[in-house]
Design a protein around this ligand. Sequence first.
Ligand code: TXA
Ligand code: MG
Length: 318
Amino acid sequence: MSIISKDISKAVALLTAEDIVAIPTETVYGLAGNIYSEKAIKSIFETKKRPFFNPLIVHIPSIDQLTDIAAYIPEKAQLLAEAFWPGPITLVLKKKAIIPDLITGGKDTVAVRVPNHPTTLELLNQLDFPLAAPSANPFSNISPTTAQHVETYFKDDIKMVLDGGACTSGIESTIIGFEGDEPVIYRLGSTAIEAIEAVVGNIEIKNTKEVSPDAPGMLARHYAPKTKTILTDNILEALKLHKNKRVGLITFQSEIDNPNIEVQIALSTSGDLAESASNLYDVLHQLDKMHLDIIIAEEFPNYGLGKSINDRLTRATK
Ligand code: TXA
Ligand code: MG
């Protein structure tokens, strides 16, 4: 029997009983549990096979709960929360003592956001605790953007995926930390950097574990298909190089006429970066099921959401 269901009250019952439930957000599906339940949080880490040092994002129903979670809110954090919540920005702030160490990997900061999905906002409003939710995929695999993706990963491990349809943004939230009171980007994501800069001015990107030990989840290989994947700014050259292989091609807009290609998908024939982002993971899931020899992906324009798409494609190639 399918574990996919639209029944919010069933999700409330499971979560209240310290169980875990996969939930929809505008970015990707999350694997959610009560932040105050050690049982639920341990079960999230075990189900994902995620190392305990990699902390979780806390999801709250509105900006009003932020002061329950964060001990200190820099002015620019407040501005960002007001500008983008509900929406795909996660803020990493000094945590209140009540936030369990298990959530934060023992750090004194906590990641928090208000997701922009009607089903999950309704769910959060019915609960009297926030939800910790990492993306609902096994550690380092492609993130899920449909209830079916989650079911494929976890049908034997969890009782329920709350169905909220396909995720509209399609890549994870942009994560912003603070050095002193100044924001820095820890993870590129569904909110374009230019939109963030319009609110808080110039912002530095510290998008790797190497330059930012404060972002423990930024592993080089992540969001990765099992099929070997390469990223190129010269598709024809790459096709020549892999000419006797079964190739799956991902492009931004264009269709390439070449007999080597077994399957090709343009992420947005109209050249829309937001549409490309929302299609990216589903296309990777699809191609990964086809047992191709190689996935060749075209580099995206390096601005707006194109920057975030290039970041995910680069991690998929490691
Ligand atoms: O869009 C999203 O953010 C999705 C949906 C479900 O909300 N969630 C998500 O969670 O992508 P996850 O666990 O896959 O990624 C969370 C990232 C990890 O890289 C983690 O290291 C980082 O957030 N993080 C969490 N707490 C942190 C903290 N206190 N300091 C620095 N980084 C933190
Ligand atoms: Mg993840």
